[in-house]
Ligand binder design. Structure first.
Ligand code: ZN
Length: 90
């Protein structure tokens, strides 16, 4: 969707039609907002990234935290480096 918006907006700018370019960007922003409002929540496991689409399950868990996700991602990376022996040695 982002690529389609960028391509259509760039095409309109290239044809010297800035109003259409802004209209295209606004259209895709509105479409994004509507999809965000309509799409059901998904429960994602921080550790293995498994996705659970049952809305009843999602209510029992706290909202997604980017900081927690990053901690698990870095932990996974460190473990993989330690296992493979490709980590920095000093
Ligand atoms: Zn998991």
């Amino acid at each position: 969707m982002v690529v389609a918006g960028v391509v259509a907006s760039t095409w309109a700018i290239a044809r010297y039609q800035p109003v259409w370019a802004m209209g295209v960007l606004l259209f895709f922003a509105l479409l994004d907002m509507l999809l965000y409002a309509w799409m059901p929540d998904v429960l994602v496991c921080y550790r293995c990234h498994a996705r659970y689409r049952d809305p009843q399950q999602g209510e029992a868990y706290p909202a997604f935290q980017l900081e927690t996700s990053e901690r698990y991602r870095q932990e996974s990376r460190r473990l993989a480096e330690a296992r493979d022996g490709s980590g920095a040695r000093s």
